[in-house]
Ligand binder design. Structure first.
Ligand code: GLC
Ligand code: MG
Length: 597
């Protein structure tokens, strides 16, 4: 009898939940675009959030971030609404270039934890519906990689795994002369002599980062196996590092020409030469296509490529085309390269920069927007803290995938690092006088979680780079509690961009002046959004109707505004007149247009 009653109850429960699910489906599905919407690959649907592993969270108190520290922030990342995490290198490394010098492409550095910790992180993210992308650093390994040790000894099959060359000759003191004048990105000759082998090896970056030889078929196979290893571990794709350096010309006897407009008179500075022989060689695309083919053996994987400092035509080549698809997108660094500081930030400059990408992007490809990363100063320091919200609004609401570097969501600023505390090799190599112009430490300091010691980043008693002094005001906890904050705006934007007008709506730029930039997202059958940005350092009152190239309604409802705007008339929900809009310096104001009856 008891059993029967239990079955009856169970049956009733199943029946009720079936009804419930059906109702939910009906409520949830009337949007016409949903089917289409679901078919977007994941990397078109999410924000890509870059985690610099040394600086997100430290679980073991040694002062450096680690994998468990990141796992412990999985709820935060989920709550932020970013969707995809790109993890900068966590592989075994002597840390000469903080993980970009890899001694084992298929392991985890003990500083960051174990492979089990990695798997836990992957599961923690996947359980919450987040994707995980790894950093793939194909151009070079560490000089402490076993391949390099064997290559130095001419041990087969490793002899030609790297780029080796005989000296051009010997100077009066008997010192070997490098085969050519090629320079390292980090300054000085790109060639280092090895006594043991009586040859030079080539390194585009540090001497501790010997370049792999992609003219060797075995090297190519090894690196494809690296991709397969991580794909088999369940990762969702890769960010590919420093791709433009992959190949050099085969004839190593040629010098590179001195650049005509280099802006430097230091012959050891990378900018001194025009890199015609060491950048963007045509063979690179063949190898990228091989990687694409590896990824395409697995469902729904993404490849993003780092191409910095190139002409737009060069950058666009990395998208490939319909018959030869390459990266899903090369990073769009134009907002970094073209807008170096606040004085570059004008309505016209923003429009030109956006157009430059959109007009050159091959047909059918997907845009993306990068404001900063571990190599370039903090957004707040480059453009001013008052512009933080507006810039996040811009990149999160434009069509395409935004890429956010950890800490930008709370408006972290560059941290002053003394010469004694300087860690970054790029800074160290320029000495105490000039390190600040080159060091990337200021944007790599620990994430600021709360106002406890070391900003809640570690329970230990030191950190690998100092925590920014402003952590008591600028931290996650404070911004979650505040009425209005950068973080709250960021979260609202992350949610808002899932709305149809942003997912697949049209884009227009109704008003662009020196001081004002605006972007409209609209779609038949939905409300239209208008983002208005005051790029100037002064308050601006603008008549949008006067300047607009499309018809705008008389008024709009405020959806979001920068934290710096404290006016009573722009409290979210307020109705504002588009003919007399007032914006504080650097403000972003997101509006819902009120269509006239
Ligand atoms: C990329 C990385 C940078 C690193 C370099 C060498 O540019 O972003 O941090 O130093 O590659 O691997
Ligand atoms: Mg640690």
């Amino acid at each position: 009898m008891a059993n029967k009653a239990a079955y009856g109850a169970l049956f009733a429960l199943l029946f009720l939940s079936a009804i419930f699910v059906t109702v939910i489906c009906i409520i949830g599905s009337p949007r016409d675009g949903l089917a289409h919407h679901e078919s977007f690959p994941f990397w078109q649907r999410t924000i890509v959030y870059q985690v610099y592993p040394r600086s997100l969270g430290d679980s073991d108190g040694d002062g450096a971030g680690d994998l468990r520290g990141i796992s412990s922030k999985a709820d935060y990342l989920h709550g932020l609404g970013v969707g995809t995490v790109w993890l900068s290198p966590v592989y075994p490394s002597p840390m000469a270039d903080f993980g970009y010098d890899i001694a084992d492409f298929v392991g985890i550095d003990p500083l960051f934890g174990t492979m089990a910790d990695f798997e836990e992180l992957r599961a923690a993210l996947h359980d919450r519906g987040l994707k995980l992308m790894m950093d793939f650093v194909p151009n070079h390994s560490s000089d402490e990689h076993q391949w390099f040790a064997k290559s130095k000894r001419r041990e087969e099959p490793y002899t030609d795994y790297y780029v080796w060359a005989d000296p051009k000759g010997f100077n009066e003191t008997g010192q070997p002369i490098p085969p050519n004048n090629w320079l390292s990105v980090f300054r000085g000759s790109a060639w280092t002599w090895v006594e043991e082998r009586q040859q030079f090896y080539y390194h585009q970056f540090l001497a501790k980062q010997p370049d792999l030889n992609y003219r060797n078929e075995r090297v190519r196979e090894e690196m494809k196996n690296v991709l397969r290893f991580w794909l088999d571990k369940g990762v969702d794709g890769f960010r590919v590092d420093a791709i433009t350096h992959l190949f050099e010309v085969q004839d190593l006897s040629q010098d590179e020409p001195v650049a005509s407009h280099s802006g430097t008179d230091d012959p050891l500075d990378y900018g001194y030469l025009n890199h015609t022989l060491t950048l963007n060689q045509p063979e690179t695309f063949t190898v990228v296509k091989e990687w694409r083919d590896v990824l395409d053996q697995y469902p729904d994987k993404a490849m993003i490529i780092e191409v910095f400092g190139e002409e737009i035509e060069e950058v666009m080549k990395y998208y490939g085309n319909d018959s030869v698809p390459l990266a899903d997108f090369p990073f769009n660094f134009l907002l970094i390269e073209h807008l170096r500081n606040r004085s570059d930030l004008t309505g016209f400059a923003l429009k030109d920069t956006i157009d430059l990408w959109m007009d050159n992007m091959p047909e059918g490809k997907w845009p993306n927007w990068v404001l900063g990363n571990h190599d370039y100063g903090r957004v707040a320091s480059r453009f001013g803290t008052d512009a933080v919200d507006a810039l996040n609004m811009l990149v999160l609401l434009l069509p395409g995938t935004p890429v956010t570097y950890n800490g930008e969501e709370i408006g972290m600023v560059n941290t002053f690092i003394s010469w004694e505390d300087t860690q970054d090799p790029q800074g160290c190599r320029y000495g105490p006088e000039h390190y600040q112009e080159f060091s990337r430490d200021p944007e790599r300091t620990p994430m600021q979680w709360d106002n406890t010691s070391f900003a809640g980043f570690t329970k230990g008693n030191s950190t690998w780079l100092p925590v920014n002094e402003n952590y008591k005001e600028v931290n996650v906890k404070a911004q979650l509690q505040a009425e209005e904050s950068h973080l709250k705006i960021y979260k609202e934007l992350a949610a808002l961009r899932k709305e149809e007008p942003f997912v697949r709506g049209h884009v227009a730029y109704p008003v662009v002046t020196f001081e004002i930039f605006s972007v409209m997202r609209y779609l038949e059958g939905y409300e239209s959004y208008l983002l208005v940005i005051n790029t100037s350092e002064g308050e601006v009152e603008v008549d949008l109707h006067h300047h607009s190239n499309v018809e705008l309604p008389p008024s709009a409802v405020v959806i979001l505004r920068s934290v710096t705007d404290t006016s009573n008339s722009t409290v979210p929900g307020s109705v504002v007149k588009l003919s007399e809009l007032i914006l504080v310096p650097g403000e972003g104001l997101l509006l819902n247009l009120i269509e006239e009856e």
